[in-house]
Write a protein that binds this ligand. Structure first.
Ligand SMILES: NC(=O)c1ccc[n+]([C@@H]2O[C@H](COP(=O)([O-])OP(=O)(O)OC[C@H]3O[C@@H](n4cnc5c(N)ncnc54)[C@H](O)[C@@H]3O)[C@@H](O)[C@H]2O)c1
Ligand SMILES: O=c1ccn([C@@H]2O[C@H](COP(=O)(O)OP(=O)(O)O[C@H]3O[C@H](CO)[C@H](O)[C@H](O)[C@H]3O)[C@@H](O)[C@H]2O)c(=O)[nH]1
Length: 319
């Protein structure tokens, strides 16, 4: 199939692009390189440097699907400066949807987030649980879910919204290269690699067994595989939401333990206050994805850390 991947120069989009090419699809990546990297676009994909609102200039009736990763995605930044979040994540997606309609693209797979659930009432979280986002980032992604649903009902688009929990790990040279980096695993690994002095534990007074926040960490390749399955099953006129996580939670201290174990480095950590807006526990109920997509999580937290560690060391060696 011929596929447009928006945000394919970013962390997750580049890994999914690599898997799509491996599966024999033809891929065009559209990315404005605002947080992505030209050299992350896998060989074999065509590349267009453009804003997502310009997707209509790239699409034509030969495209069978759009995988839409392009977004702004930092929770705290979205609270301080929400304008770009509504512009890119909602107005940008609306322009993309209008372009798919104009060109008759039948399928879309969208990157949504666990942040749509806000502070969950119970855990693990099911897709049917209330979505009450607590920040503009989550709200912008929920608005897009709703937009996709109406597009599918009224115009017959086949759409799948994948609500990712915490994505980490790497696939060879494709890994997290954010600046600033806010995510836990790459931040801990920077300390292990000697590029930063101390790791930060944001919050030690959460109502969790060890006081630090609990998240559901999913290997980026397991996540990417779910996209290929969603693409196979997405049907015209149907909209479906899936949580993508492992179903198991690890606290910040447990992830720190995994990083120390896998890297063999001491990784000193400093305890600090909670990061504003961070829920205590976010764990995915993933039965729907298992049942309907035939998706399975295969990689452990140690494999996540080991692959991200190889990526980090490889990049530090080239600097
Ligand atoms: N990383 C996670 O843990 C996580 C969790 C939940 C959801 N998500 C979602 O997954 C998607 C990918 O996230 P990521 O971690 O790979 O982020 P990323 O920043 O590495 O990738 C996003 C890509 O989109 C591009 N982009 C941004 N705005 C654009 C625009 N207006 N036009 C064209 N391209 C644009 C960026 O240059 C970048 O290459 C995002 O939609 C994000 O909200 C990520
Ligand atoms: O240096 C750090 C970085 C993070 N944390 C903590 O580690 C946990 C995970 O934080 P991340 O920044 O890695 O991930 P988030 O859970 O904040 O957010 C991620 O998952 C969310 C959904 O769960 C959203 O989708 C969001 O886009 C995505 O970045 C949080 O409790 C955070 O406070 C630390 O203690 N130290």
């Amino acid at each position: 199939m011929k596929i447009l991947v928006t945000g394919g120069a970013g962390y997750i989009g580049s890994v999914v692009t690599a898997l799509l090419l491996q599966a024999g699809h033809t891929v065009t990546v559209l990315d404005d390189l605002s947080t992505g990297h030209r050299d992350a676009v896998p060989q074999g994909a065509s590349f267009v440097a453009a804003d997502v609102t310009e997707a209509g200039d790239v699409l034509d009736p030969s495209y069978g699907a759009v995988l839409h990763f392009a977004a702004k995605s930092l929770v705290s930044e979205s609270t301080r400066d929400p304008g770009p979040y509504w512009r890119t994540n909602v107005a940008g997606t609306l322009a993309l949807l209008e372009a798919t309609r104009r060109h008759g693209t039948e399928r879309m797979v969208f990157s949504s987030t666990a942040a749509v659930y806000g502070e969950p009432a119970s855990t693990p979280i099911a897709e049917t649980d209330p979505a009450l986002p607590t920040n503009p980032y989550g709200a912008s992604k929920l608005a897009t879910d709703r937009m996709l649903e109406s597009w599918s009902q009224a115009y017959g688009l086949g759409a799948v919204s994948l609500r990712y929990f915490n994505v980490a790990g790497a696939r060879g040279p494709l890994g997290e290269r954010h600046d600033p980096e806010t995510h836990l695993v790459p931040n801990l690994l920077r300390v292990a690699a000697g590029s930063a002095e101390n790791a930060q534990i944001h919050g030690t007074d959460y109502p969790t067994p060890d006081g630090s926040a609990v998240r559901d960490y999913l290997h980026v390749v397991d996540l990417a595989e779910a996209h290929l399955r969603a693409l196979d099953r997405v049907a015209p006129g149907r909209f479906r939401v899936y949580n993508l996580g492992t179903g198991s939670g690890y606290s910040v201290r447990e992830v720190l333990g995994a990083v120390r174990r896998v890297t063999g480095q001491p990784v000193p950590a400093v305890e600090g206050p909670r990061r504003p807006g961070d829920p205590a526990v976010l764990v995915a109920g993933n039965e729907r994805a298992q049942r309907e997509l035939g998706w399975e999580v295969r990689r452990t937290i140690d494999e996540i850390v080991a692959d991200a560690w190889s990526f980090t060391r490889e990049r530090s060696a080239h600097r």
